[in-house]
Design a protein around this ligand. Structure first.
Ligand code: SF4
Ligand code: SF4
Ligand code: SF4
Ligand code: FES
Length: 330
């Protein structure tokens, strides 16, 4: 069977969808709720293309080509619809891709990483990170106005984390000669940044009641950011911030342990259903419309495995160890 994509004749292989034909032929079409070889249903519309025969905008990930079909995949109209679809996904996505403290440190210290080591009691490793950012760690923050503490999320709840004091405390624990500096993870500030924004009164209360790290840090950076498709497409599409102001009802920073090393955060979930359709008696949907949530009944926990984290297109379902669980009872 032959179709055209952007006026090029393309041979369709048996069983392929338009998206699969297009990608095999070198066309770039984004996708979020589709994963190769996995069960899925169209829900996000970021893979939109136009059928020129009837002018319809269709999801390329589920539509099967028919003989002679003429597809437009790269026009301004199609691109605008994709951008709108990404903006909709992001409109109730309340999470920080990077911790604001790390974003603003003029020395490029990955403050959140250093604090996560401190909170685990890994003081030497925390010191190695500090030494990697400051040539003279003993005086590292002395002349700095601490924008990290001003930007700290915890300050929106009660008191910012005393980042400079913790840096001094950690450095004082060691003779710096015995510390081998390690390079900080360099934060790419040009990447798309999803932002948590300010907390509501009930969110503040919940976070106050559930966060008990030694430093007070909320660890607000997204632990699933390294392979988040949402972030990488949003960067590619140059999306600055969601256009729509739908306030999310989903519990923010609500980390639930799913298996020994897999975690789930509802507020980062785009309800694509990949984890639902690809786990038997595992994840399921709860409620409908804007309030719809992905949910794992307690008795289904034993039925989920870590391959779901690979399928998840965002940082909602991710693999990590030793994160403190925050629960809201949702
Ligand atoms: S809560 Fe922790 S990670 Fe978040 S901004 Fe404050 S110090 Fe950084
Ligand atoms: S899930 Fe993706 S877009 Fe959302 S906070 Fe994490 S990295 Fe950013
Ligand atoms: S957890 Fe991930 S895979 Fe599951 S519905 Fe949410 S975004 Fe999709
Ligand atoms: S990738 Fe096609 S509708 Fe989501």
């Amino acid at each position: 069977m032959q179709i055209t994509i952007d006026h090029k004749n393309i041979e369709v292989l048996k069983g392929e969808t338009i998206l699969e034909t297009a990608r095999r032929s070198g066309f770039e079409i984004p996708s979020m709720c589709y994963a190769q070889g996995a069960q899925h249903k169209s829900s996000c519309m970021v893979c939109a293309v136009k059928n020129l025969a009837n002018g319809q905008i269709i999801p390329s990930c589920t539509t099967k080509p028919v003989e002679g079909m003429q597809i437009e995949s790269n026009s301004e109209e199609v691109k605008q619809i994709r951008t709108m679809s990404f903006e909709l996904l992001l409109s109730d996505h309340r999470a920080d891709c990077e911790a604001p403290c790390s974003m603003v440190c003029p020395h490029g210290l990955d403050v959140e990483h250093m604090l996560s080591l401190y909170d685990k009691g890994a003081h030497k490793e925390a010191c190695e990170i500090i030494k990697g950012a400051f040539p003279l760690p003993q005086i590292s923050c002395d002349n700095c106005k601490a924008p990290c503490e001003k930007a700290c999320r915890r300050g929106n709840i009660d008191q910012s984390v005393s980042i400079r004091e913790i840096i001094r405390e950690v450095v004082a624990m060691f003779e710096t000669a015995e510390i081998n500096p390690v390079d900080n993870r360099k934060i790419d500030k040009k990447l798309f940044q999803s932002r948590l924004g300010r907390f509501s009164e009930s969110e503040k209360q919940r976070l106050k009641d559930t966060t008990s790290t030694p430093s007070g840090c909320l660890h607000c950076a997204c632990a699933g950011s390294s392979d988040c498709k949402l972030r990488s497409y949003a960067t590619q599409e140059a999306i600055k911030r969601p256009k729509y102001n739908v306030s999310s009802e989903l519990p923010i920073m609500d980390r639930k342990q799913v298996t020994e090393n897999m975690w789930f955060e509802q507020a980062k979930c785009i309800r694509c259903g990949l984890c639902v359709y690809n786990s038997k008696n595992g994840f399921t949907f709860k409620d409908r419309g804007f309030g719809m949530q992905v949910y794992l009944p307690e008795e289904n926990r034993k039925n989920v495995s870590t391959h779901l984290a690979d399928l998840c297109p965002t940082g909602a379902l991710y693999l990590a160890k030793e994160i403190k669980e925050n629960t809201s009872g949702n």
